[in-house]
Design a protein around this ligand. Structure first.
Ligand SMILES: C[S@@+](CC[C@H](N)C(=O)[O-])C[C@H]1O[C@@H](n2cnc3c(N)ncnc32)[C@H](O)[C@@H]1O
Length: 241
């Protein structure tokens, strides 16, 4: 049997550094990765391995680092995660903001229609020692019902709707645009997954037409992440309006 070679921890850190530098070069991040980023990440990852119960995930070690790094560099005050399931992607993305070793205080909201997953996520965040992270059972398309008073500085999109799968990303982003802070980051998971090519083929054109400043894909793994920087203004008369 042929076993695919796996990256070492150090190699994965180095690759994540390259992807974050690429995101900086592409203009979606205002800075590159700082010194000490990966030692902070490893403390969090060890805590999550000890405390989180995640029945199913497509999150890879490289994507976990990139999500953590994007948030650590962007420093969002408030994060919204649409399709949070048991909280795995949310935990890495919100680690620098409200995780047990967070470097500054922030808040986060995770939404999912699966009540059992929300219960699991709530227990996971409690065991891991997150403060300021809240999860709620609800339909993420109903943005106005869930959004609080704080503008969203980082929006992570990862819903998977039975029957429609990922084709709802465009309408979902559209529903949340009015609540994004100027300069917000939007991260879309699964942008490169071959299963979702048709669902997401217009995603980047759509966000750019809506008024995004820059958008770039990070090839973290088979799923991929699209990272978009939001300028803060919906374009004059976009085709979808
Ligand atoms: C791919 S999973 C999310 C994985 C998750 N981000 C993680 O960290 O493992 C997709 C999730 O989207 C949720 N979902 C589907 N439609 C939704 C909707 N309208 N609003 C909120 N969540 C939804 C599903 O219940 C499912 O848990």
């Amino acid at each position: 049997m042929k076993v695919a070679p796996r990256l070492t921890v150090g190699q994965t850190d180095a690759l994540a550094t390259k992807l974050l530098e690429f995101a900086h070069g592409a203009g979606v991040l205002r800075a590159g990765p700082p010194d000490g980023l990966w030692s902070e990440f490893h403390s969090l990852r060890d805590r999550l391995y000890e405390t989180f119960d995640v029945p199913d995930t497509t999150l890879t070690p490289l994507a976990a680092r990139v999500l953590y790094g994007l948030a650590a560099i962007h420093r969002p005050g408030h994060v919204a995660v649409l399709g949070s399931y048991a909280g795995n992607l949310m935990a890495f993305t919100t680690g620098p903001v409200c995780g047990p070793f967070a470097s500054y205080p922030g808040t986060a909201l995770g939404l999912d229609t699966d009540a059992a997953a929300i219960e699991l996520a709530r227990a996971n965040f409690r065991r891991a020692g997150y403060t300021g992270a809240r999860v709620a059972c609800g339909d993420a398309f109903e943005a106005a019902e869930h959004v609080g008073s704080a503008p969203v500085d980082l929006l992570l999109v990862d819903i998977d709707v039975p029957g429609a799968r990922k084709s709802g990303y465009l309408r979902l982003v559209q529903a949340w645009l009015p609540y994004l802070a100027p300069g917000a980051l939007i991260i879309a998971h699964d942008i490169a997954h071959p299963k979702f090519t048709w669902d997401l083929r217009c995603y980047r054109d759509f966000v750019l037409e809506c008024g995004a400043e820059q958008s770039t894909s990070l090839p973290t793994d088979e799923c991929g992440l699209e990272v978009t920087s939001w300028r803060g203004q919906i374009q004059g008369d976009p085709a979808w309006a």
